[in-house]
Ligand binder design. Structure first.
Ligand code: UD1
Length: 418
């Protein structure tokens, strides 16, 4: 099993180009099944979740190429409407294929999606919304059979929680439905707007993304489209945290500072200098990181749950006690036991983590429990004295493009051992 070997203690400096957003490219790839003609998608990160999406599209009968950071998909010959169980299990985002396949084929068969273990991740909101749009859902032996016998029809949907995946699935199913769909309490994440931009360029009529009311006027067909994926805001946070714990000074290139407002304010509270300059961010760590009394994760534009593990690792090296409250997922602290091996002093109770800052970490063998928790271990290892071995790095590869290359360019010492 491949693992990362990291010698800590190097101060990061230089420039880092931020990859395209994982949480954007996956729904956009799912959306290609709705389009007649070739979709050309630029700024696609080279991550294993993109490979899995391409495997799903290929299985469905689409023709795909992946050269550099450009993926092309032609779904003209799509014939299948089911996703094999092994591909469903590989990532949570496989569930957003449901809306696209239903929109195109009027039927879909999937099993439960996999992805990071962050506590229960039901898909009830996805399914009840699709039922409202006219889809019948039957469960048998772990498979979900979804059929829109009379086609999909626009309707009003009130989400009880602004779920990111549900909002995406509704947009995908409604884009070519008959009539108008209105989503109340929709998710407002930038990745939803990116999906809508992609679909609108293909001929869809989707309005209001970025607000909590999204209106989708169904159209009869979507055409060929060329689109570039927005930068990954969680990768940007990852490199900021890595620079922060190593006393570093870096420039993040190709970012969207407006997507990072809540995060930037927390880094500034911790004493970091963060200067947005157009699409770049200049970042400098303080002499000593300051504690941040309380941080709470919230839906966008609040502090993102995916940035939690990265921030907690940084706060564990601050000058006092910080409190972190995870409001989105029930069980997102599994990686904290691994972090403690470095000497982090963190107590958890339910959704609350109390982080007592310490002066330094020492290297420790550890293993990733999930994607962002894995990235947090890399950050800890960069700060630690000594050589760390991190196992189960397949979690990290789901969302980060060639992390050793990017970090070594900044002066880190990390390599992958087969
Ligand atoms: C997406 C992101 C993930 C991010 C999360 C929150 C992708 C691939 N993943 O995940 O990185 O951490 O948004 O910003 O884009 N819920 C239900 N029923 C449902 C759906 C969700 O109860 O049908 C609950 C979940 O259990 C969770 C909360 O709603 O507690 C948030 O889920 P959601 O916003 O749907 O997140 P994901 O789309 O899974």
């Amino acid at each position: 099993m491949p693992r990362f070997i990291i010698e800590g203690g190097n101060r990061l400096s230089g420039e880092v180009e931020i990859q395209g957003a994982k949480n954007s490219v996956l729904p956009v790839l799912a959306a290609t099944v709705l389009c007649d003609g070739e979709c050309v998608i630029h700024n696609c990160p080279n991550i294993s979740d993109v490979d899995t999406s391409i495997k799903i599209l290929t299985y469905l009968g689409c023709e795909c190429t992946h050269i550099g950071d450009t993926v092309t998909v032609d779904s003209s010959n799509m014939k299948n409407y089911n996703i094999p169980d092994d591909l469903m299990r590989e990532m949570r985002s496989s569930v957003v294929f449901l809306g696209g396949i239903l929109g195109r084929m009027r039927k879909a068969v999937i099993s439960s999606p996999g992805g990071c273990e962050l506590g229960p991740r039901p898909i009830d909101l996805h399914l009840s919304a699709l039922e409202k749009l006219g889809c019948e859902v039957d469960e048998d032996h772990g498979l979900l059979y979804c059929t829109a016998y009379d086609g999909l029809k626009g309707c009003e949907i009130n989400l009880s929680f602004p779920s990111v995946g549900s909002t995406e699935n509704i947009i995908l199913a409604a884009a070519t439905a008959n009539g108008t769909t209105v989503i109340h309490n929709a998710a407002k994440e930038p990745e939803i707007s990116d999906l809508a931009d992609f679909l609108n360029s293909a001929g869809a009529r989707i309005y209001g993304c970025g607000s909590d009311t999204v209106i989708i006027h169904g159209v009869t067909r979507l055409g060929a489209v060329e689109h570039s994926i927005i930068p990954d805001r969680i990768c940007a946070v990852t490199y900021m945290a890595a620079a922060a714990v190593t006393g570093g000074k870096i420039t993040l290139k190709n970012t969207m500072p407006s997507h990072l407002v809540s995060v930037i304010s927390v880094f500034r509270e911790a004493g970091c200098k963060v200067v947005p300059m157009g699409r770049n961010i200049l970042f400098e760590a303080p002499e000593k990181l300051q504690r941040v009394p309380t941080v709470r994760t919230l839906v966008y534009p609040g502090f993102p749950t995916d940035a939690g593990p990265l921030l907690i690792t940084m706060l564990a090296l601050s000058n006092g006690t910080s409190v972190f409250v995870e409001n989105i997922f029930e069980n997102r602290f599994k990686y904290i036991d691994e972090l403690k091996r470095f000497g982090a002093k963190i107590k958890t109770e339910g959704r609350v983590a109390i982080i007592e800052g310490t002066d330094g970490f020492s290297a420790a063998p550890c293993e990733c429990t999930d994607l962002r928790g894995g990235a947090a271990l890399v950050i800890a290892a960069l700060a630690a004295n000594g050589i760390t071995k991190i196992d189960k790095i397949y979690h990290i590869k789901r969302g980060y493009e060639d992390l050793p290359y990017v970090l070594n360019k900044l002066g880190a010492d990390i390599y992958e051992e087969e």
